[in-house]
Design a protein around this ligand. Structure first.
Ligand code: BEZ
Ligand code: FE
Length: 286
C-alpha cells in the first residue's frame, strides 16, 4: 500500500474493509468511499475547499441540539431526505405518498375527539379537514390514529413561538370504525426553514430561497399497517412548485375549497363561509 496513486487509492481504501464487516455496512461504506473519491477528482477539489467543507460540517454539528438538528435540515435542503423517502416507498403507488417529517414534530400531542377543533384562539381562515383512512385496496381502516401538526397564521410552529401554547395547532384523534375522520383548523401559512445556521448560509450562497409552501403535517398509524408520515399542501400556494425541501408531490397538493354549507358550519361550530379540504389516506398493509 506504499505507492498509492490517484488511480490506486480508492481500491487501497476499499481493501481495508474487513471481510467480517456487516455486509450492508460494507456495501454502504464502499459506495460512500467510491463516490467521495470520484467527487474530489471530478471537481478537482482544492485543499482550501476541502478544509472549508470540514469547517462547514463542524459548524453544522455545533448548531445541532436535540431540538434543532442542522444535519437533518441540510439533508432536507439538499433533497436527500426526499430521495430516501422515495426510495423507501418504491412500488407503493397505491399508498398515500410520503413527505418530510421536518423538525417541528412533538410526540404526545393532546387527544381531541374525532370532529374536534384545533382553531381555539387562532387567527386565520377556518378550515374543515375531513376524509377517510383506508388500506391500499380501499377498505376503511377502523380506529386509525391521526397525529396532526401545523403552523399558525404568523408562519410559526408552537415550538418556535413563545406566544403560542406548546400544544397549539397539534392534536391526535382516532378515526371512526368506518375510517372517517374530521377536524377543524386554520389554513396553514407558507414559512421559511430555519436560516440562522450553516444550512441557511448554504442556501444563500447557492442563490436559493428558504420558503416552504403551506402544509398540514400528518402521521397516520393503524395496527397491521405501515406508519405514514406525510403533508398536504394547498394547491394554490405561491411556493407549491418551489419547496425549499422538495416535499411536494402532485397527489399531496389539494384544494382548500371555499364552502358555504350552513349544516356543516353548525355541525362544526364554524361561521360560513369557511374552507374545506377532503383527503383520504391510504395505508400499506405490513
Ligand atoms: C417542516 O415542514 O416543518 C420542515 C421540513 C423540513 C425542514 C424544515 C421544516
Ligand atoms: Fe412544516
Amino acid at each position: 500500500m506504499r505507492n498509492v496513486t490517484e488511480d490506486t487509492l480508492t481500491k487501497a481504501v476499499l481493501d481495508t474493509i474487513s471481510d467480517d464487516a456487516d455486509p450492508r455496512f460494507r456495501e454502504i461504506m464502499t459506495g460512500l468511499i467510491k463516490h467521495l473519491h470520484e467527487f474530489a477528482i471530478e471537481t478537482n477539489l482544492s485543499k482550501e475547499e476541502w478544509l472549508g467543507a470540514i469547517e462547514f460540517l463542524y459548524q453544522t454539528g455545533k448548531k445541532t441540539t436535540r431540538n434543532r438538528n442542522e444535519f437533518i435540515l441540510l439533508s432536507d435542503t439538499l433533497g436527500l431526505s426526499s430521495m430516501v423517502d422515495m426510495i423507501s416507498s418504491r412500488g407503493d403507488d397505491d399508498a398515500t405518498a410520503v413527505s418530510v417529517l421536518g423538525p417541528f414534530y412533538i410526540e404526545g400531542a393532546p387527544f381531541i375527539k374525532n370532529g374536534g377543533d384545533l382553531i381555539k384562539n387562532n387567527a386565520g381562515q377556518p378550515t374543515l379537514v375531513k376524509g377517510c383512512v383506508t388500506s391500499t385496496t380501499g377498505e376503511p381502516i377502523s380506529n386509525a390514529l391521526l397525529d396532526v401538526w401545523q403552523n399558525a397564521e404568523n408562519g410559526k410552529y408552537s415550538n418556535e413561538d413563545p406566544d403560542q401554547d406548546d400544544d397549539n395547532l397539534r392534536a391526535r384523534l382516532n378515526a371512526d370504525d368506518d375510517g372517517s375522520y374530521s377536524f377543524t383548523t386554520i389554513r396553514p401559512s407558507p414559512y421559511t426553514v430555519p436560516e440562522d445556521g450553516p444550512a441557511g448560509v448554504m442556501l444563500e450562497a447557492m442563490g436559493r430561497h428558504p420558503w416552504r409552501p403551506a402544509h398540514i403535517h400528518f402521521k397516520v398509524s393503524a395496527e397491521g399497517y405501515q406508519d405514514l408520515i406525510t403533508e398536504i399542501y394547498p394547491e394554490d400556494d405561491e411556493y407549491i412548485d418551489a419547496d425549499a425541501v422538495f416535499g411536494v408531490r402532485d397527489s399531496l397538493a389539494v384544494e382548500f375549497k371555499a364552502t358555504t354549507s350552513e349544516a356543516e358550519a353548525t355541525r362544526y361550530g364554524l361561521k360560513s363561509p369557511f374552507l374545506t379540504v377532503e383527503y383520504d389516506f391510504r395505508l400499506r398493509p405490513l
